[in-house]
Design a protein around this ligand. Sequence first.
Ligand code: NAI
Length: 255
Amino acid sequence: MTRVVIVTGAGSGIGQATALRFATQQDAVVITDINESAARATLAQTADPSAHMVHICDVSNEHSVQMMVAAVLDRYGRVDVLVNNAGILLSKPLHLTSWVEWQRVLNTNLGSIFLCSAAVLPTMLAQHAGAIINLASPHSFATTSNIAAYAASKGGVVSLTRQMAMDYGRLGIRTNCVVPGAIDTAMLRSDIAHGDGVEASLAGWARVQPIGRVGQPDDIAQVICWLASDAAGFVLGAAIHADGGMLAQLTPPTE
Ligand code: NAI
Protein backbone atom coordinates (compact mmCIF):
# COMPACT_ATOMS: atom_id res chain seq x y z
CA MET A 1 0.00 0.00 0.00
CA THR A 2 1.24 3.48 -0.84
CA ARG A 3 1.58 5.49 2.36
CA VAL A 4 0.56 9.14 2.47
CA VAL A 5 3.23 11.23 4.19
CA ILE A 6 2.87 14.91 5.11
CA VAL A 7 6.15 16.78 5.62
CA THR A 8 5.89 20.37 6.84
CA GLY A 9 8.66 22.80 5.96
CA ALA A 10 9.58 20.52 3.05
CA GLY A 11 11.02 23.31 0.93
CA SER A 12 14.42 23.37 2.60
CA GLY A 13 16.97 21.54 4.70
CA ILE A 14 15.84 18.58 6.80
CA GLY A 15 12.25 18.75 5.52
CA GLN A 16 13.34 18.69 1.90
CA ALA A 17 15.70 15.75 2.45
CA THR A 18 12.94 13.93 4.32
CA ALA A 19 10.36 14.49 1.58
CA LEU A 20 12.81 13.28 -1.07
CA ARG A 21 13.75 10.17 0.91
CA PHE A 22 10.07 9.22 1.47
CA ALA A 23 9.49 9.79 -2.26
CA THR A 24 12.20 7.24 -3.12
CA GLN A 25 10.31 4.70 -0.96
CA GLN A 26 7.23 4.90 -3.23
CA ASP A 27 5.27 6.90 -0.64
CA ALA A 28 2.95 9.70 -1.76
CA VAL A 29 4.49 12.81 -0.24
CA VAL A 30 2.65 16.00 0.65
CA ILE A 31 5.27 18.72 0.33
CA THR A 32 4.03 21.62 2.41
CA ASP A 33 5.81 24.88 3.11
CA ILE A 34 5.01 28.54 3.54
CA ASN A 35 7.42 29.21 0.66
CA GLU A 36 5.79 28.12 -2.60
CA SER A 37 8.85 28.24 -4.87
CA ALA A 38 10.87 26.23 -2.34
CA ALA A 39 8.13 23.59 -2.09
CA ARG A 40 7.87 23.37 -5.89
CA ALA A 41 11.65 23.00 -6.15
CA THR A 42 11.45 20.00 -3.81
CA LEU A 43 8.66 18.46 -5.90
CA ALA A 44 10.74 18.96 -9.06
CA GLN A 45 13.52 16.83 -7.55
CA THR A 46 11.27 13.79 -7.12
CA ALA A 47 11.42 11.05 -9.76
CA ASP A 48 7.64 11.17 -10.36
CA PRO A 49 6.17 14.57 -9.40
CA SER A 50 2.67 13.44 -10.38
CA ALA A 51 2.64 10.97 -7.46
CA HIS A 52 3.09 13.75 -4.89
CA MET A 53 1.47 17.08 -4.11
CA VAL A 54 2.51 20.56 -3.05
CA HIS A 55 0.33 22.52 -0.69
CA ILE A 56 1.26 25.97 0.54
CA CYS A 57 0.56 26.15 4.25
CA ASP A 58 1.48 28.34 7.19
CA VAL A 59 1.72 25.79 9.97
CA SER A 60 1.19 28.47 12.61
CA ASN A 61 -2.26 29.31 11.22
CA GLU A 62 -5.19 27.07 12.15
CA HIS A 63 -7.24 27.74 9.01
CA SER A 64 -4.23 27.20 6.74
CA VAL A 65 -3.46 23.85 8.41
CA GLN A 66 -7.08 22.72 8.18
CA MET A 67 -7.17 23.60 4.46
CA MET A 68 -3.94 21.68 3.88
CA VAL A 69 -5.21 18.51 5.57
CA ALA A 70 -8.57 18.80 3.79
CA ALA A 71 -6.72 18.97 0.44
CA VAL A 72 -4.68 15.89 1.37
CA LEU A 73 -7.79 13.91 2.33
CA ASP A 74 -9.53 15.09 -0.82
CA ARG A 75 -6.73 13.70 -3.01
CA TYR A 76 -5.59 10.61 -1.10
CA GLY A 77 -8.30 9.86 1.50
CA ARG A 78 -5.80 8.91 4.22
CA VAL A 79 -2.75 10.11 6.17
CA ASP A 80 -0.18 7.58 7.35
CA VAL A 81 2.74 9.74 8.46
CA LEU A 82 2.99 13.33 9.68
CA VAL A 83 6.44 14.90 10.00
CA ASN A 84 6.17 18.11 12.03
CA ASN A 85 9.39 19.65 10.75
CA ALA A 86 8.74 23.34 9.96
CA GLY A 87 10.53 25.62 12.36
CA ILE A 88 12.20 29.00 12.79
CA LEU A 89 15.13 30.11 14.90
CA LEU A 90 15.44 33.32 16.91
CA SER A 91 18.73 34.02 18.66
CA LYS A 92 17.79 36.55 21.34
CA PRO A 93 17.70 36.69 25.13
CA LEU A 94 14.27 36.92 26.71
CA HIS A 95 14.43 40.65 27.57
CA LEU A 96 15.13 41.57 23.93
CA THR A 97 12.44 39.26 22.55
CA SER A 98 9.17 41.03 21.76
CA TRP A 99 5.84 39.40 22.53
CA VAL A 100 5.18 39.20 18.79
CA GLU A 101 8.50 37.41 18.21
CA TRP A 102 7.83 35.04 21.13
CA GLN A 103 4.43 34.14 19.74
CA ARG A 104 5.81 33.67 16.23
CA VAL A 105 8.48 31.23 17.41
CA LEU A 106 6.21 29.33 19.82
CA ASN A 107 3.38 29.13 17.28
CA THR A 108 5.65 28.01 14.43
CA ASN A 109 7.73 25.47 16.37
CA LEU A 110 5.24 24.13 18.93
CA GLY A 111 1.74 25.43 18.10
CA SER A 112 2.19 23.91 14.63
CA ILE A 113 2.56 20.45 16.15
CA PHE A 114 -0.72 20.95 18.00
CA LEU A 115 -2.49 22.23 14.87
CA CYS A 116 -1.17 19.67 12.37
CA SER A 117 -1.58 16.75 14.76
CA ALA A 118 -5.11 17.81 15.72
CA ALA A 119 -5.99 18.03 12.03
CA VAL A 120 -4.72 14.54 11.11
CA LEU A 121 -5.57 12.63 14.30
CA PRO A 122 -9.26 11.96 13.49
CA THR A 123 -8.12 10.25 10.27
CA MET A 124 -5.32 8.30 11.96
CA LEU A 125 -7.67 7.26 14.78
CA ALA A 126 -10.20 5.99 12.23
CA GLN A 127 -7.39 4.07 10.50
CA HIS A 128 -6.13 2.74 13.86
CA ALA A 129 -2.66 3.50 12.52
CA GLY A 130 -0.28 6.37 12.02
CA ALA A 131 3.16 7.72 12.82
CA ILE A 132 3.89 11.27 13.93
CA ILE A 133 7.48 12.50 14.05
CA ASN A 134 8.30 15.85 15.61
CA LEU A 135 11.52 17.82 15.26
CA ALA A 136 13.03 18.64 18.64
CA SER A 137 16.53 20.04 19.23
CA PRO A 138 19.49 19.80 21.59
CA HIS A 139 17.91 22.97 23.05
CA SER A 140 15.12 20.71 24.33
CA PHE A 141 17.59 19.34 26.90
CA ALA A 142 20.49 21.81 27.29
CA THR A 143 21.13 25.24 25.87
CA THR A 144 23.43 28.06 24.86
CA SER A 145 23.08 31.77 25.60
CA ASN A 146 20.44 34.02 24.10
CA ILE A 147 17.95 31.67 22.48
CA ALA A 148 14.99 31.92 24.88
CA ALA A 149 11.93 31.46 22.66
CA TYR A 150 13.48 28.72 20.52
CA ALA A 151 14.70 26.77 23.56
CA ALA A 152 11.29 27.05 25.23
CA SER A 153 9.52 25.90 22.09
CA LYS A 154 11.80 22.89 21.65
CA GLY A 155 11.46 21.89 25.30
CA GLY A 156 7.73 21.82 24.69
CA VAL A 157 8.18 19.59 21.64
CA VAL A 158 9.60 16.79 23.79
CA SER A 159 6.83 17.13 26.41
CA LEU A 160 4.10 17.15 23.79
CA THR A 161 5.67 14.13 22.04
CA ARG A 162 5.57 12.18 25.33
CA GLN A 163 1.95 13.21 25.91
CA MET A 164 0.84 12.18 22.43
CA ALA A 165 2.63 8.84 22.86
CA MET A 166 0.71 8.23 26.09
CA ASP A 167 -2.64 9.24 24.70
CA TYR A 168 -2.54 7.58 21.28
CA GLY A 169 -0.02 4.70 21.51
CA ARG A 170 -2.67 2.13 22.39
CA LEU A 171 -4.78 3.42 19.52
CA GLY A 172 -2.16 2.56 16.92
CA ILE A 173 -0.49 5.95 16.56
CA ARG A 174 3.20 6.16 17.37
CA THR A 175 4.55 9.62 18.20
CA ASN A 176 8.29 10.18 18.56
CA CYS A 177 10.71 13.04 18.10
CA VAL A 178 14.16 13.45 16.61
CA VAL A 179 16.90 15.54 18.20
CA PRO A 180 19.26 16.68 15.42
CA GLY A 181 22.69 18.11 16.20
CA ALA A 182 24.07 20.97 14.11
CA ILE A 183 22.88 20.22 10.57
CA ASP A 184 24.07 22.15 7.52
CA THR A 185 20.87 23.88 6.42
CA ALA A 186 19.70 27.41 5.62
CA MET A 187 18.60 27.77 9.26
CA LEU A 188 22.04 27.01 10.67
CA ARG A 189 23.84 29.04 8.00
CA SER A 190 21.72 32.16 8.55
CA ASP A 191 22.26 31.90 12.31
CA ILE A 192 26.04 31.84 11.94
CA ALA A 193 26.25 34.30 9.03
CA HIS A 194 27.61 37.03 11.29
CA GLY A 195 30.73 36.81 13.42
CA ASP A 196 33.56 34.58 12.15
CA GLY A 197 31.82 33.74 8.88
CA VAL A 198 29.89 30.68 7.83
CA GLU A 199 32.75 28.31 6.96
CA ALA A 200 34.69 29.05 10.16
CA SER A 201 31.54 28.63 12.23
CA LEU A 202 30.68 25.34 10.51
CA ALA A 203 34.21 24.13 11.31
CA GLY A 204 33.61 25.20 14.91
CA TRP A 205 30.41 23.13 15.06
CA ALA A 206 32.29 20.17 13.58
CA ARG A 207 34.85 20.45 16.39
CA VAL A 208 32.29 20.52 19.21
CA GLN A 209 30.34 17.52 17.90
CA PRO A 210 32.24 14.38 19.01
CA ILE A 211 31.61 12.79 15.61
CA GLY A 212 33.88 15.45 14.12
CA ARG A 213 31.60 16.84 11.44
CA VAL A 214 28.45 18.88 10.91
CA GLY A 215 25.41 16.78 10.04
CA GLN A 216 23.77 16.73 6.62
CA PRO A 217 19.97 16.95 6.16
CA ASP A 218 19.84 13.36 4.96
CA ASP A 219 21.42 12.16 8.24
CA ILE A 220 18.17 13.23 9.89
CA ALA A 221 15.88 12.23 7.02
CA GLN A 222 17.06 8.63 7.38
CA VAL A 223 16.19 8.61 11.10
CA ILE A 224 12.77 10.10 10.40
CA CYS A 225 12.05 7.48 7.71
CA TRP A 226 13.11 4.73 10.11
CA LEU A 227 10.83 6.10 12.86
CA ALA A 228 7.94 6.04 10.37
CA SER A 229 8.66 2.44 9.36
CA ASP A 230 7.49 -0.87 10.80
CA ALA A 231 11.11 -1.47 11.87
CA ALA A 232 10.47 1.12 14.61
CA GLY A 233 7.14 -0.48 15.57
CA PHE A 234 8.03 -0.71 19.28
CA VAL A 235 9.49 2.83 19.51
CA LEU A 236 7.03 5.19 21.21
CA GLY A 237 7.46 8.51 22.99
CA ALA A 238 11.18 8.50 22.30
CA ALA A 239 13.52 11.39 21.64
CA ILE A 240 16.02 9.89 19.22
CA HIS A 241 19.31 11.76 19.41
CA ALA A 242 20.94 12.08 15.99
CA ASP A 243 23.35 14.74 17.12
CA GLY A 244 26.85 13.45 16.43
CA GLY A 245 27.26 12.96 20.17
CA MET A 246 26.63 16.63 21.04
CA LEU A 247 24.53 15.87 24.11
CA ALA A 248 26.74 12.98 25.24
CA GLN A 249 29.63 15.22 26.23
CA LEU A 250 30.39 17.30 29.30
CA THR A 251 33.11 19.27 27.50
CA PRO A 252 34.14 19.32 23.82
CA PRO A 253 36.48 16.49 22.79
CA THR A 254 40.23 17.14 23.08
CA GLU A 255 42.15 17.25 19.78
P1 NAI B 1 15.33 25.38 7.25
O1 NAI B 1 15.26 26.82 7.61
O2 NAI B 1 16.36 24.93 6.29
O3 NAI B 1 13.90 24.90 6.71
C1 NAI B 1 12.72 25.20 7.40
C2 NAI B 1 11.56 25.24 6.42
O4 NAI B 1 10.38 25.54 7.18
C3 NAI B 1 11.70 26.32 5.35
O5 NAI B 1 11.45 25.77 4.06
C4 NAI B 1 10.64 27.34 5.73
O6 NAI B 1 10.08 28.03 4.62
C5 NAI B 1 9.61 26.47 6.45
N1 NAI B 1 8.76 27.25 7.36
C6 NAI B 1 9.13 28.21 8.24
N2 NAI B 1 8.04 28.73 8.83
C7 NAI B 1 6.97 28.06 8.34
C8 NAI B 1 5.57 28.16 8.55
N3 NAI B 1 5.04 29.05 9.42
N4 NAI B 1 4.77 27.33 7.86
C9 NAI B 1 5.27 26.44 6.98
N5 NAI B 1 6.59 26.31 6.71
C10 NAI B 1 7.42 27.13 7.39
O7 NAI B 1 15.44 24.61 8.65
P2 NAI B 1 16.08 23.19 9.05
O8 NAI B 1 17.42 23.45 9.59
O9 NAI B 1 15.89 22.22 7.97
O10 NAI B 1 15.16 22.82 10.31
C11 NAI B 1 14.08 21.91 10.24
C12 NAI B 1 13.66 21.56 11.67
O11 NAI B 1 14.77 20.95 12.35
C13 NAI B 1 13.25 22.77 12.51
O12 NAI B 1 12.17 22.41 13.34
C14 NAI B 1 14.49 23.04 13.34
O13 NAI B 1 14.20 23.69 14.55
C15 NAI B 1 15.00 21.63 13.57
N6 NAI B 1 16.41 21.56 13.91
C16 NAI B 1 17.38 22.00 13.03
C17 NAI B 1 18.73 21.94 13.37
C18 NAI B 1 19.83 22.40 12.45
O14 NAI B 1 21.00 22.43 12.88
N7 NAI B 1 19.56 22.75 11.21
C19 NAI B 1 19.14 21.41 14.68
C20 NAI B 1 18.06 20.99 15.53
C21 NAI B 1 16.75 21.07 15.14
